[in-house]
Design a protein around this ligand. Sequence first.
Ligand SMILES: *Cc1c(COP(=O)(O)O)cnc(C)c1O
Length: 251
Amino acid sequence: MSEPTGNASGTDRAREIETALTSVRERLSRACIEAGRSPTEVALLPVTKFFPASDVRILYRLGLRDFGESREQDATPKVADTTEDFLADPPRWHMIGHLQRNKAKSVAAWAHSIHSVDSARLVTALSKASTVALDEGVRESELDVLVQVSLDGDVHRGGVDRDELHELADAVSNAAGLRLAGLMAVPPLDADPDAAFADLESLHNRLLVDHPGALELSAGMTGDLEAAVRHGSTCVRVGTAILGARPIASQ
Ligand SMILES: *Cc1c(COP(=O)(O)O)cnc(C)c1O
């Protein structure tokens, strides 16, 4: 995508994003209240993938300090591009998309958390990368890891099979440089979101028995955040409703 050039287009874009953000926040509060939960229990994670650094700057000026990205090759330059502007109060970047092991080192240099960890081999690579980054002072705290679980067992779409979830969670919690923060899932295509998130919530409750610190449940996007909030989500990852439709090629 190209960056807005003139001042006028930049201002229009800022207004557009501010309006969309306000309505998403209202939608999320309403969802929380209808679910009998406090709006402070559910974080809004704006997903900036495929949108330019200028949009991240707009969100930052609107007070947001967490951003979600899904592709390393898109995210790394964007993080680098904004680092200097955000030095006084650095945001937290969250990797939410599938991650290849050979990108672990790059991501460990800038990510606060990774929501999409679904294999033991990726855990090993991230543990090593985070440990080195900590030793070298590139990062100051352990990397937060959410294990992504596949709700329908179609692991080609990302996520570990539920039968291997506990083993993988144990591996994360035993790995140096990593902290097991919680669980994440994307509902299967054509699934009823309420049924999918109810299933996810019960997997999360079981995980909490062994790992009481794994409190985060990353669930819900533009199309299904209300259902996710009804079933214990602590973080909704919202792109389209805040920034608009992504270019088709990006989906
Ligand atoms: C892109 C993406 C989102 C945001 O989706 P929207 O429908 O645009 O809100 C959330 N989670 C993941 C893993 C994504 O890749």
